[in-house]
Write a protein that binds this ligand. Structure first.
Ligand code: OGA
Ligand code: NI
Length: 355
């Protein structure tokens, strides 16, 4: 399998300095970011201080657990501070990727990806000929399982990228392990149930680093079309200086205002399935702007890819019957890998685009 059309890097289009964007990035009017949705609103996704999980005061600990439950069940998205990963490491992780994307095109092209594994330097998701494309390039790499991790497929430059990203990934995986226990307990399950359903130590983990170049006509396009994340959990390290991520809340797109050194966490489709929809995997998208480029690191924590994932049996009752058939993650993600980002149609939910 290969791409249906020659790949053009969005960064090259942006660097060309043209005041208008090529037609292939222009979204139909109903999908464009409207003035309303880009307006500054006071609404933001929940911000949770995980430091209180270690508070001596049990009421503080329980209040934090409750905040997490509400964030997973009502928002599907939240920011966390005091998550245990050092601010210096977060900054280094962002910097090495700016370093990568700012190298000459020939250097980056050596890592060009294909739609078979998606590993490497890419500029589109999905292989449908003639599709309207998103205004973003990315780099996709595997961290777990160890059998899929291959340093040769990670950028060799900047020279400390591999080391920094190894350390960053190890810490994010550890953080996700902690979160999985909390999410499991918050469902009334034993703390290991969710992690075991994901395959215990045999989980998958990969990183998608998004690069959204400056765009001369941001009102006509999107950096990333609406989608929900197919995997288990996503831990996003946003660019602190440039907003771009929008989360769907009822009929609105809410622009996330990043808190300093916070992670943005969201529930993926597999966690929605396992929780039998007690937790929600929410649609999100990315808008771009004309004066600042933006980098984000999306770390995906996924179930072992060949395990059938269905609603946890403890959560299936006569009142709450199973909402989804069991399916492996390998089967599940084929959809997004061929069709590209398409809202939440994969979970059988279709929604009108919010204004
Ligand atoms: C993703 C994603 C959001 C962002 O990569 O799946 O939703 O802010 N990224 O780049
Ligand atoms: Ni996403």
């Amino acid at each position: 399998m290969n791409w249906p059309e020659p790949i053009i890097r969005v960064q090259s289009v942006s660097d060309s300095g043209s005041p208008i964007i090529p037609d292939r990035y222009i979204k139909p009017p109903s999908e464009r970011p409207s003035i309303n949705s880009t307006q500054i609103s006071n609404l933001n996704i929940p911000l949770i201080d995980l430091g209180d999980l270690k508070n001596d005061d049990i009421t503080k600990r329980e209040a934090t657990l409750k905040q997490l439950f509400l964030a997973c069940s009502e928002w599907g998205f939240f920011q966390v501070v005091n998550h245990g990963v050092s601010p210096q490491l977060l900054d280094r992780a962002r910097e090495v990727w700016y370093g990568f994307f700012h190298q000459p095109m020939e250097v980056k092209q050596a890592y060009a990806n294909s739609p078979v594994t998606y590993e490497g330097y890419g500029s589109r998701l999905g292989v449908q000929k003639g599709a309207v494309l998103d205004w973003g390039d990315y780099y996709y790499l595997h961290y777990l399982p160890c059998s899929l991790k291959d340093h040769e497929k990670w950028p060799a430059l900047p020279s400390d990228l591999r080391e920094v990203i190894d350390e960053y990934s190890a810490q994010v995986v550890k953080f996700c392990g902690t979160l999985m226990k909390i999410l499991s307990k918050n469902l009334g399950l034993g703390e290991e149930i969710l992690q075991n359903a994901f395959g215990g130590d045999d989980i998958g983990a990969c990183l998608r680093v998004n690069f959204y170049p400056k765009c001369p006509q941001p009102e006509l396009t999107l950096g990333l079309s609406p989608h929900s994340d197919p995997g288990g959990l996503t831990v996003l390290l946003p660019d602190e200086n440039v907003a771009g991520l929008q989360v769907r809340k009822d009929d609105q797109w809410i622009t996330v205002k990043p808190a300093p050194h916070a992670f943005i966490v969201n529930i993926g489709d597999q966690t929605q399935v396992l929780s039998n929809a007690r937790y929600k995997s929410i649609e999100h998208r990315v808008i771009v702007n004309s004066d600042k480029e933006r980098v984000s690191l999306a770390f995906f924590y996924n179930p072992k890819s060949d395990l059938p994932i269905g609603p946890a049996e403890e959560l299936v009752t006569p009142e709450t019957p199973a909402l989804y058939p069991a399916m492996t993650f390998d089967q599940y993600r084929l959809y997004i890998r061929t069709k590209g980002p398409r809202g939440k149609s994969q979970l059988g939910e279709s929604q009108n685009s919010p204004r």
